[in-house]
Structure formats: C-alpha cells, structure tokens
Design a protein around this ligand. Structure first.
Ligand code: ZN
Length: 79
C-alpha cells in the first residue's frame, strides 16, 4: 500500500456502504479489483479490494440481510 490514509472516516464509510462498494473510498474511482473470492468472516463474508487508480487496498465486509426465493407461488423457477 502506498501511504494512503488508514483512518476510516464514518461519512466515507456510510457513502461506501450506500453505493454498494463500487467506488474506491480513498479516490472515489471505479477501477477496483477483487483478487480473491470472498471468505467467511464472523457470521458474514469479507473480500479484499484493490484500487488500480490510487493503489489503495481494503477489505469489504458483508452480512446476510435476507433472501429471495427462486421459485414463485406457482412453483415455477423465477430465474
Ligand atoms: Zn482509489
């Protein structure tokens, strides 16, 4: 990592979550790589993310918030 600020500000964290993590929280560009698949972590998942614009690296965390059925009320596959 190249000297990027390590302190996470709550407003930037909230923006990162609200936008679904599609922007770099440091430079706000969309040039992100996820070099590894998500791994289980504390009842959810985490995934390492790299920004190719500013070389920042961080870990996104995910928690289960619900589910969507793949079968409708008539028993038909939705997807
Ligand atoms: Zn960046």
């Amino acid at each position: 990592m190249s000297g990027k600020p390590s302190k996470i500000r709550p407003t930037i964290q909230a923006y990162h979550i609200a936008t679904g993590g599609i922007y770099c929280p440091f430079c706000r560009e969309e040039n992100l790589n996820t070099p590894e698949p998500p791994v289980e972590y504390s009842g959810g998942y985490q995934q390492r993310v790299e920004c190719t614009s500013c070389d920042a690296e961080w870990v996104n965390t995910f928690k289960l918030t619900g589910y969507i059925s793949l079968i409708n009320e008539e028993g038909e596959d939705i997807l």
